[in-house]
Design a protein around this ligand. Structure first.
Ligand SMILES: *Cc1c(COP(=O)(O)O)cnc(C)c1O
Length: 212
């Protein structure tokens, strides 16, 4: 079932697009099924769940932190996390840098931008995003691009304009900052995200089924 969902999804997206299988709230057995079908990138939104699952699953899995991250919890994932999608403050970035130094690695990050018009708690404005990339002098963090979530709505035009605003900002800075990752698109809106220029989609329920 999971395997079929995964293979069908992979068939429907271009090769250059990276698929993060969002496995939050799902049991290890579900992740293993996707792993055995070839999936290596998994997304979790809670530090503890990610650390627990990482300790039980194969070492060559790439773990993506997609949920809000508190500074005091960075240390638990710093040794192994592959990409943090949810950097939403300079203080968080500085803490990730500190932990990167401690573990002698450069940690890949995306800046999360608030593009949805609806009330959403987390994410930077384009202005604060600009400030961070201009000031950034971290040595153990590498900002590889941006992440955004569109509004949860049936209004396709709105979702499209939100994705386009992120894609435009991304394109304006991509060359100068050597970005290669635009993370946008989930189960309900990934086809639209791809037409707007996404390079990485984060899909959960289409692969693993609805969450309770
Ligand atoms: C849960 C989640 C997803 C996946 O959502 P689905 O609708 O199940 O595909 C993607 N991105 C983030 C940030 C999430 O929290």
């Amino acid at each position: 079932m999971i395997k079929d969902n995964l293979l069908n999804l992979l068939e429907s997206i271009p090769d250059y697009v990276n698929l993060v299988a969002v496995s939050k709230t799902k049991p290890i057995t579900n992740l293993l099924e996707a792993y055995e079908a070839g999936q290596r990138d998994f997304g979790e939104n809670k530090v503890q769940d990610m650390a627990d699952k990482a300790s039980e699953l194969p070492q060559n899995i790439r773990w993506h932190m997609i949920g809000h991250l508190q500074r005091n919890k960075v240390k638990y994932i710093a040794p192994f996390v592959s990409l943090i999608h949810s950097v939403d403050s300079i203080r968080l970035l500085t803490e990730i840098d500190k932990q990167g130094k401690k573990y002698n690695r450069v940690i890949d990050c995306l800046l999360q931008v608030r593009i949805a018009q609806e009330e959403k708690k987390f994410g930077l404005t384009f202005n604060s995003c600009s400030e961070i990339i201009n000031q950034n002098n971290c040595t153990h963090v590498r900002i590889r691009g941006l992440m955004g979530m569109a509004s949860f709505t049936d209004n396709q035009a709105q979702v499209e304009s939100e994705f386009n605003s992120l894609a435009q900002f991304y394109k304006q800075h991509q060359e100068k900052y050597e970005w290669d990752t635009l993370s946008m698109g989930m189960s309900g809106d990934y086809p639209l995200a791809l037409t707007c220029g996404s390079t990485m989609i984060r899909v959960g329920s289409l692969i693993f089924g609805e969450r309770k």
